[in-house]
Structure formats: C-alpha cells, structure tokens
Ligand binder design. Structure first.
Ligand code: NAP
Length: 322
C-alpha cells in the first residue's frame, strides 16, 4: 500500500516523479506563496512523510496534528525550522540537503561581499536614476577586497568554501568556530581567532553558523561595536543570528561601513524594514542556494531520502541524530 506524502510547495513534476511508485502525493498548489499555518496543520493529518521548506515550522504543535508522521525532509541545509527534540520524542526521522549547495552559497557570499565593498547596487541605481553627470575621482568610491582581512564565523562547509575563495583574492583569512580546524589552518593558512579578536581585526565579517539557541543574537550591539567603523558585515546564514536593530543603529550612526544580507529575522522582509532604507545595505531575498543546478540537486536529495525510507534502505543526510 502506498504511503501518504505531503509537500508544502509546488515542485517540478519531473523531480517528484520517482516518488509516485511509493507515495500518494498531495502538494500545496502554490509555487511562490508560503502555506498558511492553519492549512499546513490540517494537511498533515494523514501523512507519513512530509517534505517542507525552511519557511515551514515543524514543531510539537504540528506533530500533534500528524499522528502518523515518520519522516520529515527539508529543502535546505539549515534545519532550524524543525524542532529536533519534538521529533526525537516520537522517533521521527529528519533529513536535509547538505554539500550540494555549498559552492553556490559561498559564491553568493562573495557576490554580496563585492557588491557591498564596491557599492554596486548603489552605483547602478545612480546610473539608472539619471544622476551620472560624468567621471570624477571620488565618485562612488568603495573598499578594496583584494588583500583585505576576512573573518568567517562558522568555518563549516560553506565557511570553508568562502575562505578558499578569499585566498584567490589574496585575503588574510581569520575564522572563529566552536571547534578549531587545525588541518585547515595548516593546509590553507587560516588563522583561528576568539570572536572578539576576529571582529576587531576583520575588514569583512561573514556570519556562516547554523541558527540555534547558541547562535541566536550572536552578533549584537556589543559585537558590532567591536568591529572597525569601515568594516562590512555579511550574513547569508540566518537572520536571527544578527540583531537587526543593533545592526541598523550601527550602520545609521556610521559605526559600520556596510552590510550585505541574504537573510532576515522575519522573511519575507517587509518593504518598510528600516534596514532597507539605508543605501549601504545590500539586501537579497534569501537566494543563497538559488542556482537551477543546485536547487535541482537539493530536491533530488529530498527525493533520495524519501525513496530510501519507503524502500527500507539507509537514509542519508539524517539530522535527527544531532
Ligand atoms: P555546517 O557545515 O554545519 O557549518 C556550520 C559551522 O558553524 C560549523 O563549523 C560549526 O562548528 C560552526 N558553529 C556552530 N555553532 C557555532 C557557534 N556558536 N560559534 C561558532 N561556530 C559555530 O553548515 P553549512 O552547510 O556550512 O551551513 C551553515 C548555515 O548556512 C546553515 O545552517 C544555514 O542556516 C545557512 N545557509 C543559508 C543559505 C542561504 O540561502 N542563505 C544557504 C545555505 C546555508 P563545529 O564544526 O564546531 O560544529
């Protein structure tokens, strides 16, 4: 008998095709709109398998509505949308999509780093708004990336991919991590720093840790005050790791030079968000892993996990064991 699978977003039919052999699939029919919570709670009633995005919270409340749930697969490497304690209490499996998005996300970190350093969105607005009267020496001058010091907080898969890109720009690479990465220090010349020292020494600070109770608000008023006044903060990890009010104040009061943000405390970000009023903020709608190849590879990992579960085989990328 086929198992019940609910998918919280409309996905390409050729991607989910292999699942039809094992599952009766019900999908939320919208591609762009996040499923309203009450509809999600109603939809999981009979499902044994659930495929979610990072916008869907899988918590004790949802589990209470899903008595038959056995596996949750999230279309993201970050799994802060899943309450692991609640899952473990019921022995529910959870999987994510690591590795396949590492390079694409590291590319976006660098895109934001270059865009903030060289004021690219601001310069493009200037041109398109008809303000360009001609060339002058201090017109839209930015910061050099080549030879600068980058400080990476969270030297995991993506953090390391960012660090390797930084070496190509002759940057000095500092990092802060829970556990020291001695092999990477030796092989690539990365330098470990205490968080405070990294913040003080870096021209570019990149936040690349997972979002957890431990990292919530990791970069707040005190940490931003430690940064150099002409430094740049890049956050492609999760919005809640950086205190947005403190970041706004630091940018507004010239205590920080610029910020590049792919993630926000509340997503989608409201158009009235104070950070969007600042010219020295480059803001993106959470597109870190958004290349067609990478998103396809991520969805294929979800499919593999759901197939392995249905076939009773070893399930890869389990995160319920963390
Ligand atoms: P990862 O390989 O697990 O790396 C995370 C790193 O952060 C690990 O090295 C970990 O250290 C370190 N870390 C954890 N807590 C820390 C703390 N309190 N202080 C310092 N370091 C800490 O994960 P990843 O694949 O690189 O992904 C990182 C995060 O990026 C994801 O969780 C996700 O939220 C985010 N992300 C965002 C996008 C986007 O579209 N914007 C795309 C992909 C990923 P240990 O080695 O000691 O555990």
């Amino acid at each position: 008998m086929k198992k019940q699978l609910f998918i919280t977003r409309k996905l390409p039919s050729h991607i989910i095709e292999p699942l039809h052999t094992y599952y009766n699939i019900v999908e939320w029919p919208e591609e762009e709109v996040v499923m309203p919570r009450e509809k999600l709670l109603a939809a999981v009633k009979d499902c044994e398998a659930l495929w979610v995005t990072l916008a869907d919270q899988v918590d004790a409340e949802l589990l209470a509505y899903a008595p038959n749930l056995k596996i949750v697969s999230t279309l993201s490497v970050g799994f802060n949308n899943i309450d692991m304690n609640a899952l473990r209490g019921r022995g529910i499996i959870a999987t994510n999509t690591p590795d396949v998005l590492t390079d694409t996300t590291a590319d976006l970190v660098f895109a934001l780093l270059l865009a903030t350093a060289r004021r690219i969105p601001e310069a493009e607005r200037y041109l398109r708004e008809g303000k360009w009267q001609g060339w002058y020496p201090l017109q839209l001058v930015g910061k050099d990336v080549g030879g600068a010091t980058i400080g990476i907080i969270g030297l995991g898969r993506i953090g390391q991919a960012v660090a390797k890109r930084a070496l190509g720009f002759d940057m000095k690479v500092l990092y802060h991590n829970r556990n020291r990465k001695l092999a990477e220090e030796e092989r690539y010349g990365f330098h470990y720093r205490a968080l405070e020292d990294l913040l003080q020494e870096s021209d570019f600070v990149v936040v690349m840790t997972p979002y957890s109770k431990e990292t919530e608000g990791l970069i707040g008023e005190r940490e931003l005050a430690l940064m150099q006044e002409d430094a740049v903060l890049i956050n492609v990890a999760r919005g809640g790791i950086v205190n947005e009010t403190a970041l706004y104040d630091a940018l507004k009061n010239n205590k920080l030079w610029a910020a590049g943000l792919d993630v926000f405390e509340q997503e989608p970000v409201a158009l009235q968000h104070p950070l969007l009023t600042l010219p020295n903020v480059v803001a993106l709608p959470h597109i870190g892993s958004a290349s067609l190849q990478t998103r396809t590879a991520m969805m294929n990992l979800n499919v593999q996990a759901l197939l392995a579960y249905a076939q009773g085989e070893t399930i890869l990328n389990r995160v319920d064991r963390y």
